[in-house]
Ligand binder design. Sequence first.
Ligand SMILES: Nc1ncnc2c1ncn2[C@@H]1O[C@H](COP(=O)(O)OP(=O)(O)OP(=O)(O)O)[C@@H](O)[C@H]1O
Ligand SMILES: O=P(O)(O)OC[C@H]1O[C@H](OP(=O)(O)OP(=O)(O)O)[C@H](O)[C@@H]1O
Ligand SMILES: O=C(O)c1cccnc1
Ligand SMILES: [Mg+2]
Length: 599
Amino acid sequence: MSSDKQNNVKEMARQNGIVQPLLTDFYQITMAYAYWKSGKVNDTAVFDLFFRTNPFHGEFTIFAGLEECLKFLENFYYSDSDIEYLKQTLPATVEYEFYDYLKDLTCKDIKLSAIEEGSVVFPRVPLLRVEGPLIIAQLLETTLLTLVNFASLMATNAARYRMFAGKNVSLLEFGLRRAQGPDGGLSASKYSYIGGFDGTSNVLAGKMFNIPVKGTHAHSFVTSFSTLDDIHSVSLRHADCSRQCDFLKMVLESRERISEILDVSPDEASDGELAALISYAQAFPSGFMALVDTYDVKRYNIQGLFRHGRHANGHSGYNSNCGSNGRSIRNISSIRSACGYSTFERTLRSGLLNFCAVAIALNECGYRAVGIRIDSGDLAYLSVLARETFKRVAEKFDLPWFAKLTIVASNDINEETILSLHEQGHSIDCFGIGTHLVTCQRQPALGCVYKLVEINGQPRIKLSQDVGKVTIPGNKEAYRLFGADGHALIDLLQRSSEPAPEVGQKVLCRHPFQESKRAYVIPSKVEHLYKVYWNEGRICTAPKPLAEVRDRVQSSLKTLRQDIKRSLNPTPYKVAVSDNLYNFIHDLWLQNAPIGELF
Ligand SMILES: Nc1ncnc2c1ncn2[C@@H]1O[C@H](COP(=O)(O)OP(=O)(O)OP(=O)(O)O)[C@@H](O)[C@H]1O
Ligand SMILES: O=P(O)(O)OC[C@H]1O[C@H](OP(=O)(O)OP(=O)(O)O)[C@H](O)[C@@H]1O
Ligand SMILES: O=C(O)c1cccnc1
Ligand SMILES: [Mg+2]
């Protein structure tokens, strides 16, 4: 295949295959027919796509999904089979000329302006502005919403995990198996990466979007081995020469030595687990990363006790509620009485001992192990226990790097768990996060809407009893005004006919609906938020590559004050309208609001 063709295939692959004009609500097509039949073919409209509330009890959102929107516009046409399907689906009374009209429909007369993908954005400020023929602009609604809503929600969720995890911890997305279907899983991987995750376990996402693919192994790998007899080969080739080492013998010898250092008996470690770890190390001698909790106390049938006693309030006993060994005395004693031996002594005893034995033997063969994953129990406590173990082995074997082995933690981790673990203190280097991240469990939808704000040059306002739902009419521009300290201060919406605010010039910023709320701002910097991305039938501003969008998320977040980003009770960021737009909204509101009668 020529390299052009290969690039083409790669480009196509980056596009989500199910995104096409029929991926919409039926009512868009019935409305299109009714518009067409009522002579509105030449009407022009402006639609705003925006959300009303930030997700996750936060005060910011990350805008994502723009690249997919542009690809959708680029490829928008009804195929013959689409038209055939519509003929069967719409009533027989629909005139045939309508299908001829649909057949020729493309986005050539649409103009799409948008905020840069990866930017922090706020309620009411349109993320996309779609201008053009009413019928086609209307037909785009559902697909644009589905492309922006989940992408932005995911990117925001991931950015929050990134922010609360801190920059010294890596984050891996492990969610595919628990995601909302294959497309949910794929999108989750893509937008988690944009939001600041370092890698994904999703191989297709890695291939399609060039995201680093990472992973460890599952419990099933460990439990598939029963005894040392299950080891296929006892040898491993030395890293520096072709010499075959008697790897099994080396591991068993190192296990003896380490068990003395750790003051545990090798008899208590599982041989099946050791066989599994040896086999994994033989397959990946330079990337040895082992799951070490398969044969911990959790697998000895006392799970119920452990769970109810310890995490009832979402906190571990470590540090807060602990005895001299760092565990909750109540839980330790209840587990002791249940199983007749000390949990503390037993915890990770098998896994850590076996891991260290294999890692030391690998070292003797010229390889460095990577680390461990813990997937159950008190992650703060167990990570500290593992780090202490590594330090002891590092010292005894005079291998300083051993103390710094990577500790990955997984198991139902969410934002609160990360904050709580940080509060307690832990030794985790990397979180593997699935369910809560990809399903956005804390808030499963963003709630972007697509509202008509102008028709044939005339502004449109949608009134509501709920003032928060009143739309801001007309064709508008949005500006971000920065304060003297360089932070973003306020987003300002103006009518498109108004001159842009200028640096150093006082601007009156008004709350869109509350008359008394207003402030003067003298911006130190003004950022025009919209660029035209699609016009005259083509992409006129190229969307940025994924890695640049990812950087944009971090640089854009840096412009926000810390209090806007904090987890608990963050300060709202201000979104305002110009004085001119304020008066325009309220005049139109009065014109459109019916005057009631009292009897
Ligand atoms: N130190 C900690 N502080 C707060 N939360 C923690 C801590 N350690 C673990 N967690 C969280 O507590 C929950 C523990 O879940 P659970 O009680 O089901 O235990 P488990 O170890 O997963 O048990 P099982 O193996 O039976 O599923 C997980 O959501 C995990 O992320
Ligand atoms: O908990 P999440 O945030 O969703 O992260 C993904 C989970 O998926 C795996 O568990 P699973 O029990 O499916 O398989 P395993 O045998 O590999 O643990 C992994 O061990 C994590 O616990
Ligand atoms: O690689 C892993 O450790 C992994 C991948 C998916 C889900 N849980 C864990
Ligand atoms: Mg698991």
